[in-house]
Design a binder for this molecule. Structure first.
Ligand code: FES
Length: 111
C-alpha cells in the first residue's frame, strides 16, 4: 500500500459552514464539505450518474449530501448511499484542516 500523498487545496475560510467546494486532485474531482465546522471529502461525481455532489444540498442533521440530479443522499462519513436511486458508495478521502489549511489525500479504494 502506498503512502497517502497530501495535497493543499485551500483554506478553511474558503468553505464556510454549510457550504461545499469542488477541487481536482490528479484529475480526480473531489468535493469538500463543511458541516458545522467539521470537514469531509468525498468523490465529487455521484455513483449513480454524472452529477456533481458539491452542487447538492447539505443535510447537517444526517451528516449527508443530497445529489442534485436524482436526490440520493450519501453519508459524508462513509460515502454510503442512504437513499435511492444510488446503490454504490462514493469514496471518502482523507482530509486534514490543521493550521487553517485544507489538505486532502486521495483514498486508495477503487471508485
Ligand atoms: S446522479 Fe446522483 S442520484 Fe442520480
Amino acid at each position: 500500500m502506498k503512502a497517502a500523498t497530501w495535497v493543499e487545496v485551500g483554506r478553511m475560510a474558503d468553505v464556510p459552514p454549510g457550504h461545499a467546494a469542488r477541487v481536482e486532485i490528479d484529475d480526480v474531482p473531489v468535493a469538500i464539505f463543511n458541516v458545522d465546522g467539521e470537514f469531509f471529502c468525498l468523490d465529487d461525481t455521484c455513483s449513480h450518474a454524472q452529477a456533481s455532489l458539491s452542487d447538492g444540498d447539505l443535510d447537517a442533521d444526517r451528516c449527508a449530501i443530497e445529489c442534485p440530479l436524482h436526490g440520493s443522499a450519501f453519508d459524508l462519513r462513509t460515502g454510503d448511499p442512504i437513499s435511492l436511486p444510488a446503490v454504490e458508495p462514493v469514496r471518502v478521502h482523507h482530509i486534514d484542516t490543521s493550521d487553517g489549511v485544507i489538505r486532502v489525500a486521495l483514498s486508495d479504494d477503487e471508485a
